[in-house]
Design a protein around this ligand. Structure first.
Ligand SMILES: Cc1cc2nc3c(=O)[nH]c(=O)nc-3n(C[C@H](O)[C@H](O)[C@H](O)COP(=O)(O)OP(=O)(O)OC[C@H]3O[C@@H](n4cnc5c(N)ncnc54)[C@H](O)[C@@H]3O)c2cc1C
Length: 371
């Protein structure tokens, strides 16, 4: 029995893949499943368009997961019988002044050099695609292949599939894992407030809270929370004011097929504080209104925040512990866990089949920060 700590998108998709190769799993979560970062996300599969210079090593795995998404989405919808709100209109990255344009051009050139299907557009051409975009938008680029999904629907679809496999999948919600129990550097179980569960195989998918679990080798997986605040407006069903993802420095707007318009997200180093702040939401709305003034009259329907699981190099930590046998990490997905879910779950499945982590992930091993 493989014990998975954390029922976010990473833990649930790994559970799905492991059941598919005949494993039995138990998923343990301190809250209800899928109510943390995976619930808070915007659902964009377009992280490759916004890579910072320090994140460029991520492009190969982003690309691989990006291309895995259409099949993953279809399988999810077919197996669960539920829509995951997959939208394929693409992404518009825009700039409002010369400085923003300069930075965006750097990203564009990097993507072009890596043979991505992106095209540079004037402000007017952008307004031909999205007539409600303001004249403040100077220029930008379009990526038709960078899509988005409704991450909350995905969590629901994954849970529906797992519940159909009750014989192979045990659910334990509202159960916080306090400690990994080991004997001679071999995992032998976990301890919660109420009980001890025996197992020789544990996968750590506990997101931003990973370093709170006792006996995790913190040096192998140093994770910190990075807060993201979001606000959601409602567009009219009859006339949506946005069809593509619209992304400007420090803000993005994501139109969902239920007429929600998600505006996000802040990136804040506030520890585990998840409060919504006036400044956070104000800045998002201000920046968004400058590029899409039509949001002015839309009703606010919800606002929330989530904690991204982030590492020092902003890349995930995937693979077995070097120090504790039976302990595997699949965490630290920072801003791109929705995008990476198909790939991470597949890599972990293949590890169980072949005993090896695929070479694409050699830069993302646990313990890489130990000097
Ligand atoms: C505002 C925001 C916007 C984002 N937008 C995007 C986006 O557009 N595209 C994208 O690809 N990514 C996006 N992300 C990033 C993405 O949400 C994360 O990378 C991803 O959800 C991480 O998934 P996870 O399963 O590792 O973590 P989580 O979803 O946080 O799940 C971890 C789970 O572990 C449980 N847990 C923790 N500790 C314990 C314990 N001790 N015992 C038991 N259970 C425990 C938690 O309760 C939680 O359910 C965004 C994130 C935020 C916050």
């Amino acid at each position: 029995m493989v014990l998975i700590i954390g029922g976010g998108i990473i833990g649930l998709s790994i559970a799905w893949r492991l059941i598919g190769i005949g494993k039995k799993v138990i998923i343990v979560d301190k809250k209800s499943f899928g109510k943390e970062a995976s619930w808070a996300a915007a659902g964009m599969l377009s992280g490759r368009l916004d890579l910072k210079p320090s994140e460029k090593q991520l492009l190969p795995i982003f690309e691989k997961s990006h291309f895995a998404w259409p099949k993953f989405a279809k399988e999810l919808e077919d197996r669960s019988g539920k829509s995951i709100g997959y939208r394929k209109e693409g992404t518009l990255m825009v700039a409002c002044d010369i400085n923003e344009e300069k930075k965006l051009k750097n990203n564009y050139n990097f993507l072009k050099n890596n043979k991505l299907n992106v095209s540079w557009l004037s402000g007017n051409l952008i307004r031909e695609k999205e007539p409600y975009v303001s004249n403040n938008v100077l220029s930008g680029f379009f990526s038709p292949d960078d899509h988005h999904v409704n991450n909350r629907y995905i969590l629901d679809a994954l849970l529906t599939i797992l519940k159909k496999n009750k014989n192979n999948c045990i659910f334990k919600e509202n159960t916080e894992v306090e400690k990994i129990i080991t004997n001679e550097n071999q995992v032998i179980g976990i301890k919660t407030k109420k009980e001890t569960i025996k197992t020789k195989e544990i996968i750590i998918c506990s997101g931003a809270w990973t370093n709170k679990i006792k006996n995790i080798e913190v040096n192998e997986a140093p994770i910190r929370p990075v807060k993201g605040q979001m606000v959601c407006l409602k567009m009219s069903k009859e006339s949506s004011i946005l069809k593509h993802i619209l992304w400007r420095e420090n803000v993005y707007l994501v139109p969902r097929d239920n007429s929600d318009l998600i505006i996000g997200a802040t990136e804040e180093e506030m520890g585990f504080d998840k409060s919504l702040t006036a400044g956070g939401i104000y800045n998002l709305l201000k920046k968004a209104r400058e590029i899409l003034p039509g949001i002015e009259d839309l009703p606010i329907v919800e606002s929330w925040s989530g904690l991204r699981p982030t590492t020092r190099d902003e890349a995930p930590i995937i693979g077995p512990s070097k120090k504790i046998k039976g302990l595997i990490y699949a965490t630290g997905h920072h801003r791109n866990g929705i995008l990476l879910a198909p790939l991470t779950s597949n890599v972990i499945k293949n590890y169980y089949l072949n005993g090896k982590i695929e070479s694409d992930f050699s830069n993302f091993r646990p313990g890489r920060f130990i000097i």
